[in-house]
Write a protein of this length. Sequence first.
Length: 389
Amino acid sequence: MAGKLRTVAIVGIALVALVGAGLVLGVLGAPSVDSVENHFGTVSENTTTVATDLRVSNPNPIGVQLGGVSVNYTVGMNDVSMASGTKDGLSVEQGNSTLEFSTQMQNDRIPAWWYTHVRNGEVTDVTIDATLTSSTLGQSFSTAQERTIETDIIGQFNSSETRPVDANQPLISDPVLYVNETSGAWDRANLTRERTPMALDFTVYNPKSIPYAVTKVGYTITMNDVTVGAGESDRGYVIAPQSTETIEARTTIRNEHLDEWWVTHLQRNQVTDLHIDFYVVVEGAGESFRIDLDAIDYDTTIETDIFGNKAQYPTGTESEPSGSSDAEEGEPETATSTPAETETNTASATDDGGLLGDGTTVTDSPTQTDTPTETPTPTETATEDDGLL
């Protein structure tokens, strides 16, 4: 037994000496990372699988094993750590090879990312960092990839198209109002990690000979049929006969619902139908009735391609993860609000690699041609009411 131990020790010393000599003479080198590619796998109520393919080049004449090769990697979106992991004891073959592994992203990180995306003007900088280390060779190699994605979700609410509004009530002739203009913007001054407020304005024209009193304005926001915000305001407006008035609606997305939305977003291969339903309660001629503002209900499609390869790796309810799932998950980082600069691999909102598709507002509204095209300056403006509207 003692003889065997001495033999093992001698072999070990000889191997270390051989490796050391190889490093000194430049014969041996550390494996390098040629590229790293991530894609989404299965998604559950609480977690999302992020599968990673690490393409490695080993310049040595033999494979590197010996339990001394490890990889560390992180996936960040606006400095929010979405997925991270470490895997040790890797075996790297001679020449070029691909290492496959996966980790679980916690869906509750989605609200933190969303906050930074809106605060940065709908801009997200996706970063992928990977470091391959060989303790045997005493060397490491790092690689980083970046892509900037931009959206224009709220800007598509802007429209100068005149649209009729029908009450659909007995004994009331339609249309009762015309919407001459709509505009929208994120209320970033009041943006928090819990709430995403939107300032949505619409200018309406009263074609009747009697005034209308708008006593309530309400809304419901859904993303893939997941309700992410709803509210109502008692702020009143009076719309004089043959006059216009600008109504300000303060809508809010509740960020705590966004992790639930994220699941549906991936199940539909990163596609979301966003819908905002508006209604008003109007009093006129001694009657009070609710009007659904179908003419200005906001519909848009949000299509993402976070890693730029969803056509190659489509996600859905039947998606399967790639590689193993034994990578260790890292801790989430604190989100920052510093706008990211556009780097390489930039994808705009109008191409296949961006977060948005064609940016088309899906609103079927007839054009009114016999109403005033000039909008008088409104005599009354609205203020924010308790943060909801």
